[in-house]
Design a protein around this ligand. Structure first.
Ligand code: ZN
Ligand code: ZN
Length: 234
């Protein structure tokens, strides 16, 4: 599968080798998150999964949903959780999506605006659903979600092969909400527990050829100003 990061909490996962089916997670509404432009081509999807209805996760104006001829190659599971650590009293509920590519068994977990106590969420049943994912997209910026420390706790307890930071202030491309922390806290804390920390990847292609050990990474969004500059403007 191919994973593309469009910034904030928005990712697209493609069944690359086989059907070409595209899943978009948490598209931001156009103009809702500073620095990120319209998704355009990257907003084309066969299904859109939103964790909750805040503007920075529910931008249906930013995606185009295309019909797909045949059965969805992904199994999609939704787990209820909370946006805050007061059972949703402050910010409401949040859905954690577990998406598995049936042909290869590759599992992706998107945590949305997860903000609750990690142990409370990780009941035996939920732990079985999310643990051992190939890729986990984890909010790390704090304020509205868990912060770097709790993101690392979540990763330690669920052991994804690759954890990818989302929902932070991106100082490199000057994108994201000002009041969030940058991903650096998370990467620094994460470095103590993994073999490699990587910056500045545009998309992440898993060819299944190499054994992935244990990585914590932050991807460079495809939909921000700096990407346009590097790509020669567009
Ligand atoms: Zn939210
Ligand atoms: Zn949010």
């Amino acid at each position: 599968m191919i994973i593309e990061y469009m910034g904030h909490s928005c990712f697209r996962v493609k069944d690359f080798q086989d059907t070409g089916y595209k899943v978009v997670f948490d598209p931001y509404k156009i103009g809702s998150v500073p620095g990120y432009r319209e998704l355009g081509e990257e907003g084309r999807a066969n299904v859109v999964l939103c964790s909750h209805e805040h503007d920075d996760h529910f931008g249906m104006d930013n995606v185009s949903v295309e019909p797909f001829d045949g059965e969805c190659p992904f199994e999609i599971e939704k787990i209820d959780s909370f946006h805050d650590d007061e059972h949703g009293a402050l910010r409401g509920t949040n859905i954690v999506h577990v998406v598995t590519l049936k042909s290869t068994g590759e599992k992706v977990v998107h945590y949305g605006d997860f903000g609750m106590d990690v142990d409370e969420f990780l009941t035996e049943e939920n732990l079985a659903k999310v643990s051992g994912a190939d890729y986990a997209f984890v909010p790390v910026g704090g304020v509205y979600t868990i912060d770097a420390e709790h993101a690392v706790e979540l990763i330690e307890k669920t052991q994804p092969k690759v954890a990818i930071a989302m929902h932070y202030r991106n100082d490199t491309c000057k994108c994201g909400y000002d009041n969030l922390t940058s991903e650096r806290d998370f990467l620094m804390k994460g470095m103590e527990m993994c073999h490699e920390t990587q910056y500045m990847k545009f998309s992440f292609i898993d060819t299944n050829e190499e054994e992935i050990d244990y990585e914590i990474i932050s991807l460079m969004p495809e939909c921000c100003t700096i990407h346009d500059q590097l790509a020669g403007g567009r």
